[in-house]
Design a protein around this ligand. Structure first.
Ligand SMILES: O=C(O)CC1=CCC(=O)O1
Length: 92
């Protein structure tokens, strides 16, 4: 099952720099592990925003929820999920 996910990051200004850096490092490792196992298919920066569009390929809504809620940045993100279906005109 494919899902388009937009993540908008909003780290509070009063979060200590070292703590923010640690969260970002853990986020990167988490994201790269999921890209390596094929479940995080695309990760694109939104130009000019601290946000990304991602495509996930997972087995269920519950799996996606578990995966997203495990993101180290989860407490600091607004996440919008769009489930994707086949388009009848798509050639691939
Ligand atoms: O920087 C972001 O868009 C948030 C994020 C998701 C995965 C990652 O490494 O950073």
């Amino acid at each position: 099952m494919l899902f388009l996910v937009r993540m908008d990051v909003n780290i509070p200004h009063d979060l200590p720099d070292a703590q923010a850096a640690d969260i970002k490092a853990r986020e990167k490792a988490y994201a790269q592990a999921l890209q390596n196992d094929g479940r995080w298919r695309h990760l694109w920066r939104v130009v000019g925003e601290y946000a990304n569009y991602s495509v996930f390929d997972v087995g269920s809504n519950d799996e996606l929820h578990t995966l997203l809620s495990g993101l180290p940045l989860f407490p600091y993100m607004k996440i919008h999920v769009t489930p994707l279906a086949q388009h009848p005109s798509a050639i691939a």
